[in-house]
Design a protein around this ligand. Structure first.
Ligand code: 13P
Length: 205
């Protein structure tokens, strides 16, 4: 499957399973020195292979329709993580709700309740609020992405990073489901202990 085909398939799957809605979110894949990204104001439901935007690593628009306004943070992720080839940004309900909590640990947004969440990311940093598309999101996301393959944008949504689109998508889903648990549990949650988390990371990373 080509990267373009993969991007269209992953985006549609996220849309059909309710992880994104309307024209929220954006998705990209890196191919060498080029990044293929969803067009601005497009829906994950109806992306097509030859209707994707293409930019170079400086953000210059080289082909296709007008790219997502979030090109600066997608490129920032690729600068921060040479092993990353895909970025998924969602406004999924529960992860976005966590990003809007008044009382939020911006170094690590959620407690660890389950093994897979612990295994897949070291922490969930939160980038301070900036308007969508703001160029300053680039350096802020670059710093956070260096610490973790997933992060939240304050009052906005999530960013998940992977070596492939499937990996980035799976991580975005893991964060959304963990955020759902966070609200379901409220103050009744029992976190994994620091020892249990360390043991999981030893075994599975
Ligand atoms: P784009 O339509 O420009 O990709 O913006 C949508 C979005 O989610 C902004 O963060």
């Amino acid at each position: 499957m080509s990267e373009r085909e993969d991007l269209v398939t992953v985006a549609r799957s996220l849309y059909l399973r309710g992880y994104t809605f309307g024209t929220a979110g954006n998705i990209s894949v890196r191919i060498g020195e080029r990044v293929i990204i969803s067009p601005t104001n497009s829906s994950f439901a109806d992306l097509v292979e030859d209707g994707l935007a293409e930019v170079d690593m400086d953000g210059v628009h080289v082909a296709g329709p007008k790219p997502s306004k979030e090109v600066p943070f997608h490129l920032a992720v690729y600068r921060a993580r040479p092993d990353a080839n895909a970025v998924v940004h969602l406004h999924s309900c529960h992860a976005t709700a966590v990003s809007c909590l008044a009382d939020l640990d911006t170094a690590d947004a959620m407690p660890i309740y389950t093994p897979y969440y612990a295994m897949r990311l070291p922490c969930l940093p939160v980038v301070d609020y900036l308007p969508p598309g703001d160029a300053a999101l680039g350096p802020a996301v670059e710093a956070a992405a260096a610490k973790s393959p997933a992060l939240l944008l304050r009052n906005h949504g999530s960013i998940a990073i992977g070596r492939s689109l499937k990996e980035a998508s799976a991580l975005a889903e893991e964060i959304e489901e963990q955020a759902k648990l966070h609200f379901l549990l409220g103050s009744r949650g029992r976190n994994l202990t620091a020892e249990q988390v360390a043991e999981l990371r030893r075994r599975f990373q």
